[in-house]
Every structure is written in C-alpha cells, then in structure tokens.
Design a protein around this ligand. Structure first.
Ligand SMILES: Cc1cc2nc3c(=O)[nH]c(=O)nc-3n(C[C@H](O)[C@H](O)[C@H](O)COP(=O)(O)OP(=O)(O)OC[C@H]3O[C@@H](n4cnc5c(N)ncnc54)[C@H](O)[C@@H]3O)c2cc1C
Length: 292
C-alpha cells in the first residue's frame, strides 16, 4: 500500500475544507472495511485519509417518536443492531445490518460507508430504500437532502460532489400497520456478498386485509441497488393475497437487469429476485400484522 497522511477530523467543517482543496487525493475513512481493503489491493489510492469517526454529528444515533430515527454516517453496524429503538421500529434495517460481515466487521463498518461505497450488492441499501431513508449531505454550499434511492449513480459512484460528505441518514417514524423485511441469497452460510438481496416494506390497513402502501428494493441485480417503485404501486390499495404479492414479485423480476459472474448467472439472479421479493413481502406483511 502506498504511504498516506492520516488526519483524525474533529468537525464537519474540517472535513469539507480538506475535501474541497485541489491537489492531494483525499479519502474519507469511517470503518475502513471497504477503503483499506481497496487501498491494499491498489484499487484505490489516497494522499490523505481523513478519519471521520470522532465527529459528533456523525456519531449520533437517536430515536424520537415524533421525528423518527437519526443515524450518523459513522455509527457502527453493531451499535445499530444493538439499539432497542431500531430493533423495535426499523426491523428491515436490522435484518440487513446483521448480515454485513461478521461481528468484527460490524464493530467497524458503518451504514454511511456501506452506502457511500455504492456497491450494487450492498446489503443495507435496499433496506434503507424501503424504510424511506433520506441522506443528509454537507458540502461547501451547505446542507442538502437526497432520498436514499437517488444516492448511488453507478457502481462505486454517488451523487456526492467535490467537498461533500454524508453526515446522517434520517428515517421517518413508522406508522401503525408498518412491517419490513430484508433477506439475501448467498452460496454458503459464512460471510459473503449477496447474489441477490431483496427488501420490502408494507403498510397494512387497520384490519390487516389491504395494502395501504408498499415499497420494494433489490440488490446485486442492476448497476446500483434498485428501487422497484412499480412493485409497490401495484400493491397499494389491493387486498393482501398470494396473487397480489406474486404480481409484485414478478414486477421486481422484470425490473432486474443482472449480469452473470462467478457468483451466479443472470438467469438465476432474475429467478431469485422473484423468489426473494415474494418472501420479503410475505415476511413484511407478517410483521405489519403484529404491529396492528
Ligand atoms: C470480511 C468482509 C465481509 C463483508 N461483508 C459484507 C456483507 O455481507 N454485506 C455488505 O453489504 N458489505 C459487506 N462488506 C463490506 C463493508 O463491510 C461495508 O460496505 C461497510 O459497511 C463499509 O463501511 P465502512 O465504515 O467500513 O466504510 P469505509 O471503508 O470507511 O468507506 C467506504 C467508502 O465510503 C466512503 N465514505 C465513508 N463514509 C463516508 C461519508 N460519511 N461520506 C462520504 N463518503 C464516505 C469512503 O471514503 C470509502 O470510499 C464486507 C467487508 C469485509 C471486509
């Protein structure tokens, strides 16, 4: 690995100033579980690595029943899994975060890093999409917000402009009748990258018989984690039934444009997209019924 300077930043201003300068290649380090691996393999290089784990706004993890959940971009996955409010109100997110690596990786890895790395197979991103997370971004021109489904542009590329960093993720408080679930297919039970991942969230009517709304997102089947808006729109207003869920799952399968690689063929991935979306929707409905 090429030598680099290390800065432990103490404030957002310090980071935006460092990122905005012309000249040295500046890279942010949250948990380092992607960045350091990529630098060791010479897939990325940096003149300056800026550690963002000590910045207060990026370390915030708080839940307010009125405004919802705030997750600082540098909060570890382990802290998120262990948080009782996250477990109670954002079950699909916990499903996803628990799958990221093993306990040691989760102790370092962050949601912010999982998102900013913009892998098509990132587990947290479909879960964040179905939970309607919003990215709070700070840069030279101040704060801006971006819905998480618009954050990734291409593999490894995001909407972040020069000088900008992801500060927090904000999730609305869940409404009555809400349920969500995330699951993935991997070729073996040990830590691995998703061959396909699927997240679903639903809001059911008071009597649990109808979909008020639904959201579906899938991973590893397109250049970026994919929000399948049409699948949720198909379910809204429908009676909860195997047939309605199957139609939504088929829409997700048609939206998938996977590649074949060593983990699976495009054909297998399309098939799995349907299967996992169906299962994610059923499990989300089950959780939603329990919340009524
Ligand atoms: C053994 C192992 C197993 C893994 N298993 C999984 C898995 O099962 N599922 C999965 O999805 N991932 C997995 N990963 C990938 C990795 O752990 C995640 O992507 C992790 O969440 C990244 O977070 P981080 O804090 O370590 O990011 P870092 O490595 O610190 O950063 C990742 C990228 O994002 C940028 N960045 C970080 N924070 C910000 C910010 N606030 N604003 C702007 N840019 C930022 C960095 O500059 C870098 O380019 C695994 C990795 C390893 C090593």
């Amino acid at each position: 690995m090429k030598a680099f300077d290390y800065v432990a930043a103490q404030s957002i201003d310090e980071v935006t100033t460092l990122l905005a300068q012309d000249g040295p290649q500046v890279r942010l380090l949250a948990g380092g579980t992607d960045l350091l691996v990529q630098m060791r393999e010479n897939r990325r290089s940096a003149d300056v690595v800026v550690d963002i784990k000590h910045i207060p706004e990026l370390s915030e993890l708080s839940y307010d029943p009125g405004t919802g959940l705030t997750i600082g971009a540098a909060v570890s996955c382990l802290r998120i899994c262990d948080d009782p409010a996250v477990a109670a109100h954002y079950p699909g997110l916990v499903d996803a975060v628990r799958l990221i690596g093993g306990t040691q990786i989760q102790g370092r890895a962050t949601l912010g890093g999982n998102l900013a790395n913009a892998s098509p197979a990132a587990d947290s991103i479909p879960a964040l999409i179905v939970h309607e997370a919003v990215c709070v971004i700070m840069g030279p021109n101040g704060l801006r917000s971006v819905p998480v489904e618009s954050f990734c542009r291409a593999p490894g590329q995001t909407v972040l402009q020069k000088g900008e960093l992801l500060v927090q993720l904000r999730l609305k408080p869940p409404v009555k009748g809400f349920g969500a679930h995330y699951l993935r297919f991997i070729p073996r039970n040990e830590m691995d990258i998703a061959v396909v991942g699927a997240g679903a969230a639903v809001v059911l009517s008071e009597d649990g018989t109808h979909f008020r709304s639904a959201r579906v997102a899938v991973a590893a089947v397109a250049p970026i984690p994919l929000f399948v808006r049409e699948a949720g729109e198909r379910l809204a207003g429908q009676a909860v039934s195997d047939q309605a869920i199957e139609e939504a799952a088929q829409i997700a399968g048609r939206a998938a444009t996977p590649i074949s690689d060593i983990r699976g063929t495009a054909e297998q991935r399309k098939h799995l997209t349907v299967v996992l979306t169906r299962r994610a929707l059923h499990a989300a409905c089950e959780r939603a019924r329990r919340s009524l």
